[in-house]
Design a protein around this ligand. Structure first.
Ligand code: DGY
Length: 320
């Protein structure tokens, strides 16, 4: 799909993105906007090289793409100056490779903070009250009357909430969960404690760290074993923060332990056994999926690329 074919600067988006504000912004600044509409969900490096072509000033890409040496070299050969991920996380981007080719890298922080925290809070509450299991039960026609023992879950009021990775999103989640307890003392944000203490003491733990070498498999077999048998673990950060094989085993051994997962180690796949676990709620990486946020992310990504092309400041710049 091509907008403003005679525009001076060629900007490629590897996916259609929500709204039209981002397209208009680029068009107003003399860009030709090309949007890849290939059906394939995850584009390969070769697909993206073909999209970049011989002349390309900037690319807006997605977290499913491998933005490493090969792609930055191709973008540089095409005269490119800027790349923006349409995501706050940029573990799929080799920023050093981009720097080597003089290509600016942008991300989209801020607009997704509350939306992502809301999904983490939703998963926490849904896991506590077994909402997905109960929904499946209803749809299967199994409900034949109220029972004292039917889908009894956990009351969160008075429980301890732990946050691992108390950045923008983790802090917003902590505020939401604190509000849930009407601001009363017992729901505690364990920011100041050590991670192992949080894992040992919290009833609900939400993971919000950046994925890098230090946080890969942060939640492993040993750490899972230190958590409460009835704890709830939520992950809306990146899949590899949890050792998913160890998690499946832990869920099997501890039926009262519950997880709410938005992200997975090898997306789009789940490790064997996870989809059968009743004590797991799984959703397809939708933490930032509210209309306002996704339009905002698209707009910021466009501004990032435009910024570099036109010499404006870049909004989300991991190098800063
Ligand atoms: C991000 O932005 O990093 C999320 O994972 C997708 O919104």
């Amino acid at each position: 799909e091509v907008w403003n074919p005679n525009g001076k600067y060629r900007v490629v988006s590897t996916k259609p993105m929500p709204g039209t504000r981002w397209i208009n912004l680029l068009i107003e600044q003399d860009c030709r906007v090309e949007i890849c509409t290939q059906k394939k969900t995850i584009l390969s490096v070769e697909d993206i090289i073909a999209l970049i072509g011989d002349k390309c000033d900037g690319v807006i890409g997605q977290l499913t793409e491998d933005w490493g040496e090969t792609l930055f070299a191709a973008l540089s050969r095409a005269g490119g100056k800027a790349f923006s991920n349409m995501a706050v996380g940029y573990n799929n981007v080799d920023v050093n490779a981009a720097n080597k080719y003089g290509i600016a890298v942008g991300n989209t922080p801020g607009v997704l903070t509350e939306t992502t925290a809301e999904l983490a809070a939703s998963l926490s509450l849904a896991a506590a009250r077994r909402i997905v299991e109960a929904d499946e039960f209803m749809r299967a026609g199994l409900y034949d009357g109220w029972l004292p023992n039917l889908f009894v879950g956990n009351l969160l009021k008075g429980q301890t909430v732990g946050v691992i990775g108390a950045g923008r999103i983790g802090s917003a989640y902590a505020r939401m969960m604190f509000l849930k307890a009407n601001g009363e003392q017992p729901v505690t944000w364990k920011r100041a404690s050590s991670m192992d203490e949080v894992l040992r003491e919290a009833d609900v733990i939400s993971l919000h760290p950046v994925l890098d070498k230090t946080t890969y498999h942060l939640i492993n077999k040993e750490r899972l074993a230190t958590m409460k048998k009835e704890a709830i673990l939520v992950n809306c950060s990146r899949g590899p923060v949890i050792d998913e094989v160890a998690l499946v085993e832990h869920l099997k051994q501890n039926p009262m332990f519950r997880v709410g997962l938005d992200v997975f180690e090898d997306e789009p796949y789940m490790k064997p056994g996870l989809s059968e676990m009743k004590n797991a709620i799984v959703v397809p990486h939708i933490a930032s999926a509210s209309k306002w946020t996704r339009e905002g992310m698209a707009t910021l990504a466009a501004l990032n690329v435009l910024g570099k092309i036109k010499g404006y400041p870049i909004w989300g710049n991991p190098n800063q």
